[in-house]
Design a protein around this ligand. Structure first.
Ligand code: HEC
Length: 103
Protein backbone atom coordinates (compact mmCIF):
# COMPACT_ATOMS: atom_id res chain seq x y z
CA UNK A 1 0.00 0.00 0.00
CA UNK A 2 1.15 3.53 -0.74
CA UNK A 3 1.81 5.54 2.35
CA UNK A 4 1.30 9.20 1.84
CA UNK A 5 2.50 11.22 4.82
CA UNK A 6 -0.32 13.73 4.62
CA UNK A 7 -3.04 11.14 4.56
CA UNK A 8 -1.29 9.23 7.26
CA UNK A 9 -1.04 12.19 9.59
CA UNK A 10 -4.66 13.09 8.89
CA UNK A 11 -5.94 9.67 9.79
CA UNK A 12 -3.62 9.39 12.68
CA UNK A 13 -5.04 12.62 14.00
CA UNK A 14 -8.56 11.39 13.43
CA UNK A 15 -7.88 8.07 14.99
CA UNK A 16 -5.85 9.34 17.87
CA UNK A 17 -8.51 11.87 18.67
CA UNK A 18 -10.56 8.89 19.71
CA UNK A 19 -7.68 7.36 21.57
CA UNK A 20 -6.30 10.46 23.20
CA UNK A 21 -9.24 12.80 23.38
CA UNK A 22 -10.11 13.25 26.98
CA UNK A 23 -12.39 16.24 27.04
CA UNK A 24 -13.54 17.89 30.21
CA UNK A 25 -16.73 16.02 29.74
CA UNK A 26 -20.04 17.75 29.28
CA UNK A 27 -21.74 14.69 30.65
CA UNK A 28 -20.09 15.07 33.99
CA UNK A 29 -18.08 11.88 33.81
CA UNK A 30 -14.70 11.12 32.38
CA UNK A 31 -14.22 8.59 29.64
CA UNK A 32 -10.93 6.86 29.27
CA UNK A 33 -10.75 6.58 25.46
CA UNK A 34 -7.26 5.24 25.56
CA UNK A 35 -8.36 2.36 27.68
CA UNK A 36 -11.44 1.73 25.60
CA UNK A 37 -9.39 1.67 22.44
CA UNK A 38 -6.77 -0.60 23.90
CA UNK A 39 -9.29 -2.99 25.34
CA UNK A 40 -11.84 -2.99 22.58
CA UNK A 41 -10.41 -1.83 19.27
CA UNK A 42 -6.71 -2.57 19.18
CA UNK A 43 -7.04 -6.28 18.69
CA UNK A 44 -8.72 -5.83 15.32
CA UNK A 45 -7.76 -2.34 14.22
CA UNK A 46 -4.12 -2.39 15.15
CA UNK A 47 -1.97 0.28 16.68
CA UNK A 48 -2.51 3.31 14.48
CA UNK A 49 -5.67 2.32 12.67
CA UNK A 50 -3.90 -0.09 10.38
CA UNK A 51 -5.37 -3.53 10.49
CA UNK A 52 -4.09 -6.14 12.91
CA UNK A 53 -3.57 -9.73 11.81
CA UNK A 54 -6.80 -10.73 13.39
CA UNK A 55 -8.61 -7.79 11.87
CA UNK A 56 -7.42 -8.71 8.42
CA UNK A 57 -9.12 -12.06 8.65
CA UNK A 58 -12.36 -10.36 9.59
CA UNK A 59 -12.23 -7.84 6.75
CA UNK A 60 -11.30 -4.79 8.79
CA UNK A 61 -10.54 -1.70 6.68
CA UNK A 62 -7.22 0.12 6.91
CA UNK A 63 -8.10 3.51 8.39
CA UNK A 64 -5.01 5.02 6.83
CA UNK A 65 -6.20 4.20 3.32
CA UNK A 66 -7.37 7.29 1.46
CA UNK A 67 -9.76 5.33 -0.70
CA UNK A 68 -11.43 3.90 2.35
CA UNK A 69 -11.72 7.30 4.00
CA UNK A 70 -13.33 8.76 0.93
CA UNK A 71 -15.86 5.96 0.89
CA UNK A 72 -17.31 6.57 4.34
CA UNK A 73 -19.12 9.38 6.12
CA UNK A 74 -19.03 10.41 9.76
CA UNK A 75 -22.64 9.43 10.26
CA UNK A 76 -22.00 6.04 8.76
CA UNK A 77 -19.00 5.48 10.99
CA UNK A 78 -20.92 6.46 14.06
CA UNK A 79 -23.71 4.09 13.10
CA UNK A 80 -21.23 1.28 12.45
CA UNK A 81 -19.39 1.74 15.70
CA UNK A 82 -22.57 2.06 17.71
CA UNK A 83 -24.50 -0.81 16.19
CA UNK A 84 -21.70 -2.91 14.85
CA UNK A 85 -21.22 -3.90 11.24
CA UNK A 86 -20.84 -7.48 10.07
CA UNK A 87 -17.86 -8.81 12.09
CA UNK A 88 -17.34 -5.52 13.87
CA UNK A 89 -18.89 -5.78 17.32
CA UNK A 90 -21.32 -3.17 18.61
CA UNK A 91 -19.80 -0.61 20.95
CA UNK A 92 -23.09 0.65 22.26
CA UNK A 93 -22.09 0.08 25.86
CA UNK A 94 -18.74 1.82 25.52
CA UNK A 95 -19.36 4.65 23.14
CA UNK A 96 -22.69 6.35 22.72
CA UNK A 97 -23.36 8.30 19.50
CA UNK A 98 -23.20 11.54 21.49
CA UNK A 99 -19.75 10.68 22.68
CA UNK A 100 -18.59 9.66 19.22
CA UNK A 101 -19.69 13.02 17.89
CA UNK A 102 -17.06 14.60 20.09
CA UNK A 103 -14.46 13.32 17.65
C1 HEC B 1 -13.60 -8.19 16.58
C2 HEC B 1 -12.81 -7.24 15.83
C3 HEC B 1 -13.11 -5.75 15.95
C4 HEC B 1 -13.07 -4.96 17.08
C5 HEC B 1 -12.77 -5.39 18.50
C6 HEC B 1 -13.37 -3.62 16.64
N1 HEC B 1 -13.59 -3.59 15.30
FE1 HEC B 1 -14.00 -1.97 14.16
N2 HEC B 1 -14.24 -3.17 12.51
C7 HEC B 1 -14.02 -4.54 12.48
C8 HEC B 1 -14.35 -5.05 11.17
C9 HEC B 1 -14.26 -6.49 10.71
C10 HEC B 1 -14.76 -3.93 10.40
C11 HEC B 1 -15.24 -3.93 8.94
C12 HEC B 1 -16.75 -4.07 8.90
C13 HEC B 1 -17.24 -4.22 7.49
O1 HEC B 1 -17.31 -3.22 6.78
O2 HEC B 1 -17.51 -5.36 7.10
C14 HEC B 1 -14.67 -2.77 11.29
C15 HEC B 1 -14.98 -1.48 10.90
C16 HEC B 1 -14.84 -0.36 11.70
C17 HEC B 1 -15.10 1.00 11.28
C18 HEC B 1 -15.59 1.40 9.89
C19 HEC B 1 -17.07 1.18 9.82
C20 HEC B 1 -17.63 1.43 8.43
O3 HEC B 1 -18.76 1.93 8.36
O4 HEC B 1 -16.98 1.08 7.45
C21 HEC B 1 -14.84 1.81 12.35
C22 HEC B 1 -14.94 3.34 12.39
C23 HEC B 1 -14.43 0.98 13.45
N3 HEC B 1 -14.44 -0.34 13.03
C24 HEC B 1 -14.10 1.43 14.71
C25 HEC B 1 -13.87 0.62 15.82
C26 HEC B 1 -13.72 1.09 17.16
C27 HEC B 1 -13.73 2.55 17.57
C28 HEC B 1 -13.55 -0.02 17.95
C29 HEC B 1 -13.38 -0.08 19.45
C30 HEC B 1 -14.33 0.64 20.27
C31 HEC B 1 -13.58 -1.19 17.08
N4 HEC B 1 -13.79 -0.76 15.80
C32 HEC B 1 -13.42 -2.50 17.49
C33 HEC B 1 -13.58 -5.32 13.52
C34 HEC B 1 -13.44 -4.89 14.83
Amino acid sequence: MLERPVILSLTTTLFLSLVMFDPPCTFGDKIDYKKIFKNDCLKCHGRDGKVSKRGKKLGTPDFTDAGWQASVTDDQLIASVTNGKKKMPSQKDNLSPERLRLW
